[in-house]
Design a protein around this ligand. Structure first.
Ligand code: BEZ
Ligand code: FE
Length: 277
């Protein structure tokens, strides 16, 4: 047998995938093998480096549990989650989407128009978030549901602090009224570090990166007959808008949090939904 060359090895692995019955799986695996081999050739990967990578991925898996998803964190910090988002949401006049993140909890309490989602006082600055849900022609989307969640002034989401915050603190579902308007009483979100005590945090440190996210409120907005969106509202005064560690910031999602004479802070933000065809 002839000694196999690097290129011949890649071709042989790709050839063995040719019989994959599912055409999409065949396409994905073929491309994955080609890119993986090209990467190893490009950096001339050593055996120690290959094994360090295996150890890193093993530890990433071992760090996952019911509430911690280290692989999603890896995808987020490598920009892959945002790339998949860009690939799958062609530009339209609808509100731009951004990543879901690991702290979404379904079935948040339904709250009245204008009600507060603050159930635990840790000194956060009160904010009124309000605006209109409309379609791309400007018509109100009556009865749209806004599912919102955010962190407390201490930087943590309720799901991260089950012994400190009530489980439904700073999350709630609101319904847009007959004019498409919604209104929420909350506190100002703060910048926070993503969980950095695992392998992904170590990788960020080893590559000279910080683990911080710019302050934001998460929103999933849905209505019958419209494409649902998963997005954020970012605070224009926040640190880290230009270096968000998970690449989630988009200019159109940045809003002013305006201090009024009466001491209140108001953020006006409209959501635009794309009609299903
Ligand atoms: C978040 O915004 O909640 C989030 C997103 C990605 C990683 C960690 C947190
Ligand atoms: Fe978040």
């Amino acid at each position: 047998m002839e000694p196999i060359t690097e290129d011949a090895l890649t071709a042989e692995v790709v050839a063995r995938l040719a019989a994959t019955p599912d055409a999409r799986l065949r396409e994905i695996m073929t491309s994955l093998v080609r890119h993986l081999h090209a990467f190893a050739r490009d950096v001339r990967l050593t055996e120690d480096e290959w094994f360090a990578g295996i150890r890193f991925l093993t530890e990433t898996g071992q760090t996952c549990d019911a509430v911690r998803q280290e692989f999603v964190l890896l995808s987020d910090t490598l920009g892959l989650s945002t790339l998949v988002d860009l690939i799958n949401h062609a530009s339209s006049d609808a509100t731009e989407p951004t990543i879901l993140g690991p702290f979404y909890v379904p079935d948040s309490p339904l709250r009245e128009y204008g009600a507060s989602m603050v159930e635990y006082d840790d000194g956060g600055n009160p904010v009124v978030l309000r605006g209109v849900v409309r379609d791309e022609c400007g018509a109100p989307v009556v009865g749209a549901v806004l599912d919102l969640w955010q962190n407390a002034a201490n930087g943590f989401y309720a799901v991260q602090q089950p012994d400190v915050q009530p489980a439904t603190n700073l999350r709630g579902r609101y319904r847009a009224d007959a004019s498409g308007r919604y209104e929420v009483r909350t506190v100002r979100p703060v910048p926070y570090a993503i969980p950095a005590d695992g392998p992904v945090g170590r990788l960020l440190a080893d590559t000279g990166r910080h683990p911080w996210r710019a302050a934001h409120i998460h929103a999933k907005v849905s209505a019958t007959g419209f494409e649902p969106i998963t997005t954020h509202v970012f605070d224009r005064d926040s640190a880290y808008l230009d270096s968000d560690t998970v690449f989630g910031v988009k200019e159109s999602l940045i809003e002013d949090f305006v201090a009024r004479d009466d001491g209140s802070v108001v953020c006006e933000h409209d959501f635009v939904l794309h009609r299903q065809v």
